[in-house]
Design a protein around this ligand. Structure first.
Ligand SMILES: Cc1cc2nc3c(=O)[nH]c(=O)nc-3n(C[C@H](O)[C@H](O)[C@H](O)COP(=O)(O)O)c2cc1C
Length: 491
């Protein structure tokens, strides 16, 4: 009897997975079947269900079994499951994996992307698993969270034994061996972690210290670079972001200019104020450059202007190939290079331009890739809602009255830079984006067009539109382009 009990305990510490509302989300239902989900008094979801289903949704306050939602049986289950999926897509749910002993959760799972739904990946006794080298545990407030940049959800853990069991996966472990150990966390938790790329299946005999983790594109990524990319953009995390002024009232507004230093000062005014030299066209361009957020919908940019803009700002001017010179007399493979109008770290030129065209005379509304080598636009089929969403988020970021005529998304082919540079790859890419943005600004100014840099982009949405995974070729910057509203009207 004792042996049987132990075996059952080692089989799993988890009893089942359930979905429940996030901490601050409320749900109410009346006898007529009206269901309202809200946050801070604001209605987020209002729907009408049958009375039985409406009553059942109230169980979301404490939890509804995910199994019943994943494969609903009967009309009530169906109605509830549809509503739950909608609430999940709006980020209003989290999931708990309850303990077999009924004492709370083994872990709580917080979705980080909008279409996350918990899946328990299959693991067999002969599989070997290990923690991803991108996974990390950290304190968030009073919680301990386990996350990873590619994980669609994070895991909140407050049980030291579960934490210890997970850290034990820093070395590859066979499932059969894990199952025999006291405090085994259970196949369900491991399956959920595997589905979230927090642990991975170790392929037999192939893994070194820097394993591919089942995806060869990961090898070139440093830990901090992938984390920075996933957390400093939209789409792969649920953290508050953007211009929130989160520290108003905590610290005073930092000054617009740096503080004056105490050392001896050389006044430069005497060299510039009296200058009689005429201002060069370039200096004039710098002076004229400014951000344009509102565009003239009646007189859109034309395809000829766009072609000229791309030709002067971004086109490949020439190409060459040279053997890789390690600088110590030894040489590596032949490497291709290009020359373009703006500088690029290591002449990498890893940046690709994608154009969301909303209003351009002579060019159909749609999504295009700019082939900088052939100076051509290649049409990409995307869903109309995706295009609209991309343009709408740019409009929102600019606080503009309408979407830009053209939105250029700058995406990086990460491995072009990280193949060469360690530890600094992602920061070099962002610097490359900076110089490209200034080039786009100045070219637009010179061609009497208007533009505006945009600071955030949804890497998940772009990945759906380009078909490239966010860690293979992902957006790192955006630029709105068009004919400025009001220009020429005064004449
Ligand atoms: C990296 C970067 C990100 C920016 N992001 C935004 C943005 O998201 N929304 C916006 O309206 N302007 C954005 N801007 C434009 C700045 O607000 C603008 O450059 C600044 O206010 C100075 O004004 P000016 O460009 O007209 O000289 C961005 C500029 C840069 C360089």
């Amino acid at each position: 009897m004792r042996g049987q009990g132990n075996r059952r305990q080692r089989k799993s510490a988890a009893a089942g997975l359930y979905a429940r509302l996030n901490e601050h989300v409320t749900i109410e239902a009346d006898a007529d079947g009206n269901v309202v989900a809200g946050l801070d008094g604001q209605v987020l979801e209002r729907t009408k269900l049958g009375a039985g289903a409406a009553k059942r949704t109230l169980a979301l306050r404490t939890g509804l079994p995910v199994r019943s939602l994943a494969s609903p049986r009967g009309a009530i289950d169906n109605e509830v499951a549809l509503l739950v999926r909608r609430l999940a897509r709006r980020g209003l749910l989290e999931y708990g994996l309850s303990r077999t002993n009924g004492r709370g959760d083994l872990v709580a799972i917080e979705p980080q992307i909008e279409d996350y739904w918990p899946q328990t990946a299959k693991l067999g006794a002969n599989d070997t698993v290990a923690l991803s080298r991108f996974a990390y545990l950290r304190r968030r407030g009073t919680d301990l969270v386990l996350e990873a940049p590619r994980a669609p959800a994070l895991f909140r853990i407050d049980d030291p034994k579960t934490v210890a069991a997970i850290t034990g996966l820093s070395r590859p472990q066979r499932i059969a061996d894990l199952r025999r150990r006291r405090g085994f966390v259970g196949l369900e938790l491991l399956g959920l972690l595997l589905d979230c790329n927090i642990i991975f299946k170790v392929a037999a005999g192939s893994e070194g210290l820097r394993s591919s983790e089942g995806d060869a594109n990961l090898v070139v990524w440093d830990f901090h670079d992938l984390l920075f990319h996933a957390r400093s953009t939209e789409g792969r995390h649920a953290n508050p972001m953007g211009g929130r002024y989160a520290f108003v009232g905590v610290i005073p507004p930092p000054p617009a200019v740096g503080s004056r230093l105490a050392g001896p000062e050389i006044d430069l005014q005497q060299f510039t104020a009296s200058s009689v030299e005429p201002i060069s066209p370039f200096i004039n361009l710098l002076r004229e450059r400014h951000s344009t957020r509102d565009f003239d919908s009646a007189r859109p940019i034309t395809i000829a202007e766009l072609a000229k803009f791309l030709h002067h700002a971004a086109r490949v001017q020439w190409k060459w190939t040279t053997p890789l010179d390690f600088g110590d007399g030894s040489f590596g493979p032949e490497v291709d290079y290009t020359r373009r109008p703006y500088p690029s770290a290591g002449a990498s030129y890893e940046l690709e331009l994608y154009l969301a065209v909303a209003n351009c005379e002579g060019l159909e509304k749609g999504f295009y890739h700019y082939d900088a080598d052939r100076h051509a636009l290649v049409s990409i089929q995307v869903r109309a809602q995706e295009l609209a969403r991309l343009l709408a988020s740019a409009q929102f970021a600019m606080g503009a009255a309408a979407p830009p005529q053209i939105l250029i998304t700058i995406a990086a082919r990460f491995n072009r830079v990280s193949w060469k540079y360690s530890a600094i790859a992602y920061s070099l890419i962002l610097k490359d984006v900076g110089v490209l943005l200034q080039t786009l600004y100045l070219t637009a100014t010179d061609l009497d067009l208007g533009g505006c840099a945009i600071g955030t982009c949804n890497i998940d949405l772009l990945s759906k539109m380009t078909g490239q995974e966010f860690h293979v070729e992902g957006p790192v910057g955006q630029f709105a382009l068009g004919r400025a509203a009001g220009v020429g009207d005064a004449a």
